[in-house]
Design a protein around this ligand. Structure first.
Ligand code: ME8
Length: 639
């Protein structure tokens, strides 16, 4: 039953600054995972919250002229109220100032103290308040904290220490024998690299003479608990450790989600703390990369902090969630740019998905009686859509186990493209002209509507609002019943339910002319655009005769997987050989108007003479032909 239970946590965020896009990303990823598991029918618990003790918060409160608790209340409330606005469905919002958490921390400290793994000693080192931890001299870069680029304070004081070093060998062995304990692999390797050096004991207290804002040590009231020792334990408090029923259910499958900045506390301190307290380690630590902004680190001083609510208000919640998940490869850094965001809205959402929904609904309503038609199995012999749906489902499920969420979205968009292609191929508007085609038309429309249902269910974890809107248009008022189980067999959409055409799901975002340039530059930068060739004179360009050509016939060049032999009309008929065979079938090419370099010297390709060259470009999904917004005349000049 282990796999039918799911427990996911985010870091608990420091309350010294307002939420930004990085916090939103982690929390939305956790939400997508939680929603996915609920859709599979798994018993799910999702925990997020705020980290409120320590020097950092005490300092920020002092600057603001309020008490640490007042300060923490204010910012914690900002996080708490942000999550519902981003459709985040956490089961608990924990604060380290919550009474049950304080009790849990004290209980664990006492337990570890009693077992002899906490001792009193002297410490001297370099303390970074930003990181809330000591650094060894050799870890500093030019004497500065490598994360914050600030000079750490030199501190010497008597404190309590946790015998972390004692668990070094155990931890190395645990990581090596549980290859998915820390993932992706690069972060597992990073953790093992830390462990190649001798692991020092961890200072887990602060004298009250210097800091009072923390949880009192149960065995010495002159000290408060070090903020990381306090914070990590939230993952236990959240599910009711030690007695709560949820603890027994969820802890064995606990998964943490963090960014790479806090790998060391989670990958090293935390498992050793659990081991010392006699608690099983968590199951997975999932580590993602950093969102940068326009290639540089986000920071208050650079003034480039991206606020999640601003983006949601400007572009809508679902586009924001989609963009974050689609544009970051889990584990790697990604650079946020508003231009790339707009590009995604217009191409993936408005064009591919939005148009598909509106076209299909429009046709289904126009050519039917306003209800989901009854399909006739015999009239729809081919299996392209059901097969594509099964492929998408399998891929999405596999991506969820490895957290490759961007790949899950790519798989869903492949299915959307197959559906769009089906409309082009089946031409329902042509069938509608002849009443003899009634059953075939009804069947095709049914399958297109079922494809919309499948798409809606697949996007539910990512874009729950849009998914519900699509389902409502299909006459499914309650999206709760639309689980992943309903996707196992094709044809779950009930015939007869009432169709309603909704508003445009994803309005296009108009890009102002002067903004065109940065948009193109941003996209270009992402795709690693080849260098521009040396300049040529206008007269040289004029030598190239580009023409509109119409493809009259097409076939594969024997023994070539790539080459298509096209008969095209320009100023008469001629043969053009094109390397499009992996991305287009010969049937797809026929009837298309394309762009051809008409005066290129003839060349032989695999024995076939080509008189001209067709123009195309690369996309993430392969080659695409250059096309036209309005139908041009065959043979026309392109200038
Ligand atoms: O470290 N890109 O809190 P924190 C992606 N309280 N994610 C980012 C990000 C960015 N640019 N910036 C922040 C703490 N994050 C501790 C955690 S847990 C027991 C205690 C996200 O407010 C990411 O999840 O500094 C990162 O790990 C976390 O915010 C750090 O949040």
């Amino acid at each position: 039953m282990k796999d039918r239970i799911f427990y996911i946590t985010t870091p608990i965020y420091y309350v010294n600054a307002s939420p930004h896009i990085g916090h939103a990303y982690t929390t939305i990823v956790a939400d997508v995972l939680a929603r996915y598991h609920r859709l599979r029918g798994d018993k799910t618990f999702f925990l997020t919250g705020t980290d409120e003790h320590g020097d950092k918060i005490a300092e920020a409160a002092k600057k603001g002229g309020v008490t640490p608790k007042e300060y923490a209340d204010g910012i914690s409330a900002q996080f708490r109220s942000l999550w519902p606005e981003l459709a985040v469905t956490n089961d608990r919002f924990i604060r380290t100032t919550d009474a049950d958490h304080v009790a849990t921390v004290r209980g664990i400290l006492q337990k570890v103290y009693d077992s002899g793994d906490i001792y009193f000693g002297e410490y001297e080192g370099f303390y970074c308040v930003g990181c809330e931890r000591f650094y060894m001299e050799k870890e500093l870069l030019d004497g500065k904290c490598p994360q914050h680029e600030t000079v750490p304070e030199h501190r010497k004081e008597s404190n309590y220490f946790f015998r972390m070093g004692k668990y070094q060998e155990w931890l190395i062995n645990h990581i090596e024998t549980h290859p998915d304990f820390i993932r992706p692999e690069r972060y597992k390797n990073e953790a093992l690299a830390f462990l190649r050096e001798p692991l020092e004991d961890l200072c887990i207290s602060r004298p009250k003479s210097r800091l009072t804002w923390g949880i009192d040590l149960p065995f010495d009231e002159n000290y408060v608990t070090y903020v990381w020792f306090d914070a990590l334990i939230n993952y236990l408090t959240g599910v009711g450790y030690p007695e709560g029923e949820n603890f027994g259910t969820f802890w064995p499958v606990a998964q943490h989600l963090i960014a790479k900045d806090i790998l060391k506390p989670h990958g090293i301190y935390w498992p050793t703390m659990l081991k010392a307290a006699g608690i099983e380690p968590y199951q997975h630590l999932n580590v993602h990369g950093y969102w940068n902004v326009d290639q540089s680190k986000m920071s208050k001083s650079l003034g480039n902090v991206v606020k999640p609510l601003d983006l949601k208000d400007k572009y809508g919640l679902d586009p924001f969630r989609y963009f974050l998940l689609r544009d970051m490869v889990f584990g790697l850094d990604s650079s946020f740019s508003e231009e790339a965001f707009v590009q995604r809205i217009n191409s993936d959402l408005a064009n591919d998905l939005g148009n598909l929904v509106s076209r299909t609904m429009q046709m289904a309503i126009k050519y039917g009686d306003g209800r989901v038609p009854t399909p006739d199995a015999a009239a729809f012999a081919e299996q392209a859509l059901p097969e594509a749906a099964a492929r998408a489902l399998a891929e999405v499920e596999s991506c969820f186990t490895t957290l490759a969420l961007h790949k899950a979205l790519i798989a869903i968009w492949e299915f959307i493209n197959v559906t769009n292609k089906t409309i082009v191929e089946k031409e329902p508007w042509v069938l509608a002209k002849d009443p003899a085609n009634k059953e075939r038309l009804a069947t095709i429309l049914y399958h297109l509507l079922e494809a919309l249902r499948v798409t809606a269910v697949l996007i539910t974890p990512f874009m729950p609002g849009s998914a519900a809107k699509i389902l409502a248009q299909l006459g499914i008022a309650d999206p709760a019943g639309q689980t992943f189980e309903t996707l196992r067999a094709w044809g779950g959409l009930p015939a007869g339910s009432a169709l309603t055409k909704g508003e445009t799901l994803f309005p296009r975002v108009e890009v102002k002319k002067e903004e065109d340039k940065p948009a193109a530059a941003a996209v270009a930068a992402k795709a690693e655009v080849p260098a521009i060739k040396p300049e040529i004179a206008y007269e040289d360009f004029q030598k190239i005769d580009l023409r509109v050509a119409k493809v009259l016939a097409a076939e594969r060049v024997p023994k070539s997987s790539k080459l298509l032999k096209l008969s095209v009309e320009i100023d008469g008929e001629r043969t053009v050989v094109a390397g499009m065979g992996k991305d287009y079938t010969p049937e797809e090419m026929v009837g298309k108007q394309i762009v051809v370099v008409a005066n290129l010297k003839p060349a032989k390709l695999m024995g076939v003479e080509s008189r001209g060259m067709l123009l195309a470009t690369d996309t993430e999904e392969g080659l695409t032909l250059l096309g036209f917004d309005k139908p041009p005349k065959t043979g026309a000049n392109i200038h």
